[in-house]
Design a protein around this ligand. Structure first.
Ligand code: ADP
Ligand code: MG
Length: 696
């Protein structure tokens, strides 16, 4: 097993050992996620102050920060402590005032002895046209002037942690940086014009220009790249581990596939064809498949996966598809059953609802190979589910899996090819951040002939009109979803609000036409309600959460979302994707609570402009901006300290390629660059992956 290299010890030592830091500060530093000396180094300044050195303030505009040498002329003491204490000073050309509030007279007289010279730095202001500096940031004696830097880094701070402490500690650490070899490819380094790791840290913390904290600063780009590179490196190591574990070449005959293809009521889109080819190629190879199929809602992922499942059966094994909920598992089963029958293969559905005899006999079918393709929920991965010969597992992803869980899933059979399907249309750079360990196939096009969904923003003050129109549409045969907002403050409020809305709608639209479905119901109840909606008995389905509506009901053509401004754009896009699946014109009504601020209106308007999920998520990310922590649980993305969204966009693809390239050349990280890369992994807490190599 690998051990942390000794050069890095002091960066991972106890914070208390650093001078000026005691137990109280250690606690405060936690707010900044600083727990080790290393973390100080990665706590980069968010801006840079330019302390312009001048010989005189004459001609300097207001609000400029200046550093100037002055002669102390006189003190004008305030009448009370609350009134200002003024120190009149003189530079090479003019005299002006330094102003202090609530300061002790003795202290100031000591700091500014009349007749002596000092260097001061602060923001120049004008009061009644008289220049003054209120509370200068720095006051130094002539021989101490070096302590005032021209370009001062401004750090993120927290209570009990001052700029001075941050600056001092970081400068101390910069003096003792370990000499580490270069882990970035020399060619790349040259092309990008990036400094070495040591120099990058020094220049990020001791900027030499006012734009030292910008996104285009080479030192920061290099440090961001380091972060992304180590992330991609550990994903690639995990990927290689899967690939190295023995796979099986699944040689399919095509006989069942042909029968399915001959009976398809439509033609595949080009993207579907390409994805199918990727999957069939992977199945053929003696390595294990570890692939992500990314495609917007309604892009037709299920049939693509099904072709792969059939291929696994043709090769003599079994296939399985895992859905996030029972309703969806059942829906997959029902849509695929006719195709499976035409092909002459057997399809089995296993969910938590199978108990007793039914479960026993299904388990036996699976174990003895009578079931060819098995559809189920996560129940499929329980210990007592034993496959005769599982070759290919598809996970229709709703809940997002992390890398480690993906590794777990692959263990269900030692030679299972794995395909994960996601409907989250994230840009490629973010897909790489999340799924860099996987090969990626993308379905961008929608099947032809889809009608555009009319999307409208409507103030909730007009809810009565909306309900009237809904009533008329339903009378003409429409079916609709009504999504109630999540009330985060209280789950009870959340359900009662939904119940109240349900009762109001039932009163207006009539008994038996409206039903309510929510997350607290048993799955049997939910299924029954869904069944009645699918069969068209229920016309309006009021729902509390997204999950319950994650189904395919082609006849449903109206989607109403209440308090749409509270949802994420991606979520609204997914919700809207529930309609527009049939031949009827569909409508999506986004109700909002007034007043709607400009940025919310802008956000929601995007949905009116496009149905392209990739575009929507890109705009969403841009609007949320780099400041937004993209590592939120919702997005399932890792947290980066230095790399912001723009940098991820610029650098992730390169980091991904470089990681794969390095591991292809040097799978055990033994060359000088490889050894340096190990240091990087240690530095970035990715040392778990080092163990994958060493054990490997
Ligand atoms: P998703 O990608 O959201 O899982 P589905 O697989 O549920 O999408 O497909 C949505 C609908 O589109 C299904 O009814 C499916 O039969 C249909 N479909 C899939 N591919 C095509 C195609 N190439 N042309 C027309 N309809 C298609
Ligand atoms: Mg689907």
């Amino acid at each position: 097993m690998g051990m942390r290299p000794s050069e890095l010890f002091h960066l991972f030592g106890d914070l208390n050992n650093l001078s000026g830091i005691g137990p109280k500060t250690v606690i405060n530093l936690k707010n900044l996620s600083i727990e080790k000396p290393r973390d100080f180094l990665f706590n980069l300044p968010f801006s840079v102050l330019d302390r312009l050195p001048v010989s005189s303030i004459r001609g300097v505009p207001a609000s400029k920060i200046v550093t100037v040498e002055i002669l102390v002329k006189a003190h004008k003491i305030g009448r009370s402590r609350a009134s200002a204490h003024r120190v009149t000073v003189q530079d090479t050309e003019v005299s002006f005032q330094l102003v202090f509030f609530n300061a002790r007279k003795e202290y100031l007289e000591n700091l500014f002895p009349v007749g002596e010279r000092r260097i001061i730095s602060g923001k120049l202001e004008f009061y009644d046209n008289i220049p003054q500096i209120v509370h200068p940031h720095h006051v130094k004696k002539i021989n101490e002037e070096k302590a005032i830097v021209r370009f001062e880094p401004v750090y993120p701070l927290t209570s009990g942690v001052s700029q001075k402490l941050m600056f001092g500690t970081i400068n101390g650490l910069l003096e003792k940086l370990p000499k580490l070899g270069e882990w970035i490819d020399h060619e790349l380094l040259k092309i990008k014009g990036w400094p070495s790791w040591q120099d990058a840290l020094k220049s990020a913390h001791c900027p030499v220009s006012a734009d030292g904290a910008s996104n285009t600063n080479p030192a920061r780009l290099r440090l961001a790249f380091d972060e992304l590179f180590s992330h991609q490196l550990s994903l690639s190591i995990a990927r290689n581990k899967i690939k190295r574990s023995k796979g099986r070449a699944n040689i399919s005959t095509g006989i069942f596939q042909t029968k399915v293809l001959n009976n398809l009521p439509f033609k595949f889109t080009e993207d579907q064809k390409l994805s199918i080819r990727d999957i069939l190629d992977d199945l053929k190879k003696p390595e294990r498949m570890n692939r992500l199929l990314q495609g917007d809602v309604g892009s037709g992922k299920t049939i693509v996966a099904f072709i792969g499942l059939i291929a696994a059966v043709e090769a003599g094994g079994q296939g399985a598809i895992m859905a996030p909920t029972e309703i969806l598992a059942r829906q997959h089963f029902e849509t695929l059953l006719p195709l499976a029958e035409k092909a002459g293969i057997s399809l089995s559905l296993l969910t938590g609802r199978d108990k007793g005899n039914s479960r026993r006999s299904k388990l036996a079918d699976i174990k003895e190979g009578r079931a060819n393709v098995i559809i189920g929920t996560h129940a499929l991965f329980q210990a007592d589910v034993v496959f005769q010969d599982l070759r290919f597992a598809v996970v229709d992803e709703q809940h997002r899996f992390g890398v480690n869980q993906r590794l777990e899933l692959g263990k269900k059979g030692s030679v299972v090819d794995l395909l994960i399907m996601t409907a989250t249309p994230i840009p490629r750079s973010l897909a790489l951040a999340q799924y860099g360990d996987m090969d990626i196939s993308i379905i961008k096009q929608k099947p032809p002939g889809r009608k555009q969904i009319n999307t409208a923003l409507i103030s909730s003050s007009r809810i009565d009109e909306v309900v009237d129109k809904l009533k008329k549409s339903i009378a003409k045969g429409a079916q609709a979803y009504w999504v109630c907002p999540l009330i985060e403050e209280s789950e009870v409020l959340h359900y009662t609000a939904a119940e109240r809305r349900f009762e109001q709608l039932r009163a207006k639209l009539g008994e038996g036409v409206v039903e309510l479905v929510h997350g607290k119901m048993s799955s049997e109840t939910k299924d029954k309600i869904m069944d009645r909606f699918v069969s068209g008995n229920t016309k309006l389905l009021v729902a509390t959460t997204v999950i319950e509506v994650g189904v395919n009901v082609p006849s449903a053509n109206i989607m109403v979302v209440e308090n749409a401004e509270k949802f994420g754009l991606a979520q609204l896009h997914q919700l809207r994707g529930r309609v527009g699946r049939g031949s009827n014109q569909s409508t999506c009504l986004l109700l909002y609570k007034e007043p709607l601020n400009i940025s919310s209106r802008k956000r929601l308007s995007i949905l009116r402009e496009t149905e392209d999920g990739f575009k929507i998520s890109e705009v969403d990310l841009n609007l949320r901006g780099s400041g937004d922590a993209i590592g939120t649980a919702q997005s399932g993305l890792p947290r980066f300290r230095i790399a912001n969204i723009d940098m991820i966009d610029m650098l992730m693809e390169t980091a991904h390629q470089q990681a794969r390239y390095l591991l292809a050349k040097d799978p055990n990280l033994e060359t000088p660059q490889g050894k340096a890369a190990r240091n990087l992994l240690w530095l970035m807490d990715q040392d778990k992956s080092i163990q994958l190599i060493t054990v490997g």
